[in-house]
Structure formats: C-alpha cells, structure tokens
Design a protein around this ligand. Structure first.
Ligand code: F6R
Length: 614
C-alpha cells in the first residue's frame, strides 16, 4: 500500500516522478504529493484525491529540479488531508521523506523529538520518521556520508515496516532509500536512477533493476549506487533485467482496467499453461518447484495460505488437489496462520498464492512456514516480487500486469495453475494415464471456452441493469462452486458496495435463509451435473420465499423452464475447469452493476491493490 517514486539524474524530475506515480496509483489513491530540490530548497505540492489532481498542481506551478520524490497514499496514520499526505518535511526543511509502511514505535520517538523542541503539523508516523533523520543529520555533521549515515542511524531506532526514499536540501547529488517489510526497487538508467515500490513505475525508463532486501540501505550519490546493510557492511548490488511490455499496463479501447482484464483472461490462462504439459499429454510439469518427483511423493499434506481473492483460489485448490491427487489439503488465511502456532507434519508442503507477491500477511505466513522448516512454494504473478524471492520454489502466473484493484485475470490464472498442479501431483500418485489425458485435454480447451464465456457480456449487462439497485445479495454454490460463490460476493461488494455474502448452498438453511426476501436476489451456481437435483431443490427453497434467482448453469444442463428469473449459461467444460468458467459471469455481473451505480470500478473506496500493511 502506498506507492513511492524517487528520481535522481539529469532530466526534469517532476514529469518522470508523476508518470511513475500514475502507474502506482493502484497502491493507494486518497492523496498524493511530490517534492523536488529547486534552487537549494525543497519545494513540494500535495493534493488530496488522485494523482491527476497532483499532476495539474505540480506541472502548472512549475516544480523544477533533477532530484525529487513522490508518493500516492493509502491512509494509515491520520485522515485524508493535505497535511497528512507525503512527502513529509523535517522541521528545519532540510529533509523530505516518502514512506510506505507503518512505524510501530512512532509515539515514543515523537515524545523524544518533542522534548528536543520539534513540532509536528501532521498526524502521521512518517513526519516523526523524517524528523528523526533530521535529528541524526545534525549529530552527524562531521561524517563524510552525513545524509546516508543519518538515515542509517535512524533506521536502527525504527520498529515496524517501511520502504522509503529521502532527499536532503544540502545534498543535491544524493538520494537514499531503504526497506524493511515493504518493497523497494532501484531502476538503473543511463545517467539516472529511480527508486520505486514496484517495477511498473520504472519500466518506461529502464529495464535494469536492483531489488532491495529487508535491512538494506541504498544511496545514489554523484551517479554511483552503493548498497549497505544497517551495520554498514557493503553489499554487491545485483542488477536484474525485467521483461515488461509497457503497453500491457495501458487501457487501450476499454473503459476500465477491470473490463480489459476480464477480456484478457483467455490469454492469461494460455500463458499460465504454456510449456507446462508433459510430452505424453497426461500430466503437467513445472520448472521452478525445486522439488524432485520423489520429494513430492513424500508430501502427505498441503497447507495453502493467502488473502482475499487468492484465498478463494486456495479453496478451489483444496477441492482440486484432494479430488485428483488425494493429498489432504488445508487452507488458512495468511493473517491467521502467522499468529497461530499450527502444528504441521514434517511432510507438509506450504503453498502461498499472491498476485502481487507483496501482500504483507502472505509474506509473513511464508516466512513463518520457512522458520518452522517447511518446504514452501509460491504461485505468484509478479516476477522478482518479495514472495517470489523468499519462497523455496514457485510457479509464475505470467498473467501480465493486473491494474484493476478487483482481481480477475490473476484469479482465473491461479485456478488454471492449481488444476494443473492437481493433475501433476495426481499423476505422481494414483491418477491414471487415461484420467490424466482427459484432464489435460479439458484444460487445453479452457482459453477457447473463456473466449466464448466473455461474449455474454451484453446479456449480462441486461441482467445487471435489472438488479443494480439491490442492497443485499446472496451467492450460493456447492463443492468447488462454494469458493466461486465467495469470490462472486467479494467482487460485488468491493466494487459496487452492495452487501453480499457467499454461502455453501445447503448451509443457507442454517441461518442465512432468514435474509431471503423479494429484496435479496440470490445467485445460484447450478453447474454440476452430479448434484444438479440438489441445486434445483436449493433454488426452489429460495423461490418459495420470494427472492429473485439468477442461476448460472452449463450448456448441457439448463434449468427447468421458469425456475430462475434469469439464467446465465456457461460453456460445457472439463470438471477441473468449471470454477474458471463459472467465475466469468460473476466478474462481468459485478463490473456492470458497479458501473451502472456510478462507482469507480478500478479504484474502489478504501481499497488498494497491494496490501503491504498489516
Ligand atoms: C480482491 C483482491 C484482493 C487480493 C488480496 C491478496 O479482488 O484483489 O482480495 O486478492 O489483497 O492480494 P495478492 O494476491 O496480491 O496477495
């Protein structure tokens, strides 16, 4: 959460900073600010609202200089005001800081600084942080690396998480950055360097990047990059090449990123599969697991950890792996796992799933699993992300950048990888050659079927028009359609602000049925031939209580005439691919309802795409 960008070089910093910031807006969008060193003074502009507001203010007022930092905020400490927006300046105006993370001991530091006569204009922990740097800066007057040293000394007193970039009025040729718990990347360009929370902010200027690890401090001074740890040990920066097509992050002809990404799912799924089926077409294969077939056969339990939509993917994974590989699976919220002393068997494999690869709870769960000595894998969409680098092995999704805050293509691409993993683990055990062949054949058809499913966009729009004013909505599904019901409810609530809940269809009778009335439409995922009769009974129970029903069914199993008020038909597919196909109408329905209600689909209130605070 929060996006930061810093620039030092020979060009005008402000437009470069703002362009980078625009690409990071998904990380937080309640206020933004930029500071540049201009005529030996740190000049800044801050605005509540979007980066576009800030750009207007900063470009019109001609903030000019070749060294600067900027920030887009997702509020943690203090409300959404210009005072609380970053960059924050020290009392003496010498140092400016942008920060992503949370300083846990800021109150005690604030008390100390107050006793030294420092006053504060904001409610933020970051203003405390920058004044601590300024305090050490005064104390380090004799040090040859005074600015860097003042940051390093401050960091030794800071508890919490941070990714920072800082500049100093006295040091026109220096920018300093550091990280602990929040991502930070340095872009190495020609005669210029950038610091950012995410590669997306850098790739239009350079494809050479250095990923900082926790506890590392970078200083770019007189065109030279130096990396140290907090004990001042010099580290060798490792330059990685990022392969990123900048046009992927553009809207093109679409009105919203969410819609674009829904339509990109066929391609994203194709990318998840590419080169990952065995030569005999009866299994999958993955290059980066770092586990031999023998080691995988010894795994007798899998624990999945993730947050939000990725957690729903894990729930689908549970059904798939238990069905095809017969390995017991458990699914945990990452935020719960990290604070629970769950006993795990030594043959447990821990798999985390994260689109961004930076979600702090998922990262902490991964670290906790590693600390306990478990083998860990990550399914992840962001090459070089912290989670990708911390796990023992992993599978990249290759879904391309997902910009819409509500996850769509990353989710279905995760489902594809989980289906393939289930087949792969199954084939290492008891899944027969024939069953494996059928699964692979079925999965290979998915991109084409997804292409067909999104063609229902117009029909789903009409259904959305009918239900757009509802205030409550229930999503019901059984087996692996239960997580899809949860995901459908999450999509609807997060972008349209309609209260929605997902339930196992039969569980409805144990409480939620009390909510059912003509004003609470119910969306039923009635897609499985083996339990079709049971699902029809559930629909009857809902109808008997007057609620409108929107049913999702498969081509070969339509509902009896007149049973549902509206029916969305998805293409027939292999059983392992059903959760993917059933997700598409859930996404489109939420999208259209949110849009018809005038909501900001890509940037829903209070949310941010990459949740890097606890
Ligand atoms: C909802 C959504 C979130 C994320 C969650 C985890 O649409 O996108 O619930 O799934 O914040 O994010 P990642 O996958 O980046 O760890």
């Amino acid at each position: 959460m929060c996006g930061i960008v810093g620039y030092i070089g020979k060009r005008e910093a402000t437009p470069i900073l703002l362009e980078g910031l625009k690409r990071l807006e998904y990380r937080g969008y309640d206020s933004a600010g930029v500071a540049v060193l201009q005529n030996e003074k740190i000049e800044y502009k801050k605005r509540t609202g979007r980066v576009a507001e800030l750009s207007r203010a900063a470009l019109n007022n001609g903030l000019s200089g070749t060294l600067g930092i900027c920030h887009t905020r997702w509020a943690t400490h203090g409300g959404v005001t210009e005072e609380n927006a970053h960059p924050h300046l020290s009392n003496d105006g010498k140092i400016a800081l942008v920060h992503n993370g949370v300083i846990e001991n800021y109150l005690s530091i604030k008390k100390f600084l107050t006793s030294k006569g420092i006053t504060f204009y904001s409610e933020t922990d970051t203003e405390v942080f920058v004044n601590l740097i300024a305090y050490h800066y005064e104390k380090e007057a004799e040090s040859p690396n005074r600015f860097k040293e003042s940051v390093r000394r401050s960091l030794k007193h800071i508890e919490g998480t941070y990714g920072i970039a800082a500049i100093c009025r006295d040091c026109p040729d220096e920018m300093v950055g550091a990280r602990k718990g929040s991502p930070l990347i340095v872009g190495v360009g020609e005669n210029e360097y950038l610091i950012a929370s995410d590669v997306s902010a850098l790739v239009s200027r350079t494809s050479n990047v250095v990923y900082l690890n926790d506890g590392e401090l970078v200083s770019i001074k007189n065109g030279e990059l130096s990396l140290v740890d907090y004990e001042e040990k010099t580290l060798k920066p490792e330059i990685h090449q990022v392969d990123w097509d900048t046009s992927e992050g553009e809207l093109g002809d679409f009105e919203h990123f969410m819609l674009k990404e829904i339509f990109e799912q066929s391609e994203a799924i194709q990318n998840a599969m590419r080169g990952r089926f065995s030569d005999d077409e009866s299994s999958a294969k993955f290059g980066g697991l770092n586990l031999s077939a023998q080691e995988l056969r010894q795994i007798d339990r899998i624990l999945f950890c993730a947050c939000g939509t990725a957690w729903h993917a894990c729930l689908v994974g549970e059904y798939l792996i238990e069905r095809y590989a017969r390995i017991p699976v458990e699914v945990e919220y990452a935020s719960e796992f990290r604070y629970r002393n769950a006993p795990l068997d030594k043959n447990t494999l821990v798999i985390v799933i994260s689109q961004s690869g930076e979600t702090i709870d998922t990262l902490a769960a991964l670290k906790e699993a590693k600390r306990k000595g478990y083998r860990t894998l990550a399914i992840n969409n962001s090459v070089g992300s912290t989670i990708a680098r911390e796990s023992d092995g992993g599978i990249y999704q290759h879904a391309g950048p997902e910009v819409g805050v509500a996850s769509t293509k990353a989710f279905t691409s995760q489902l594809m990888i989980l289906s393939m993993m289930a087949v792969y683990f199954g084939r290492l055990r008891d899944l027969s050659f024939q069953e494996g062949l059928e699964c692979v054949k079925g999965l290979k058809r998915v991109p084409e079927l997804v292409e067909n499913a999104v063609q229902q966009n117009d029909a789903i729009y009409k259904i959305a028009e009918k239900y757009k004013d509802m205030t409550d909505c229930l999503f019901l599904g059984r087996q692996d359609m239960f997580p899809i019901a949860l995901e459908g409810a999450l999509k609807l609530k997060e972008i349209s602000y309609i209260h929605a809940e997902g339930y196992p269809a039969a569980e409805m009778k144990h409480g939620p049925i009390a909510l059912i009335s003509k004003d609470c439409p119910v969306i039923v995922l009635a897609t499985q031939p083996d339990i079709f009769g049971k699902l029809i009974s559930n629909i009857q129970e809902v109808k008997a209580r007057g609620a409108p029903v929107i049913a999702v069914t498969c081509e070969s199993h339509p509902l009896p005439e007149g049973l549902a008020d509206d029916e969305i038909v998805i293409p027939d597919c292999h059983r392992a691919a059903l959760p993917i196909l059933a997700s598409i109408p859930m996404q489109l329905l939420s999208y259209h309802i949110a849009k018809l209600r005038g909501c900001d689909v890509d940037k829903p209130r209070n949310l941010a795409k990459s949740v890097t605070v606890e």
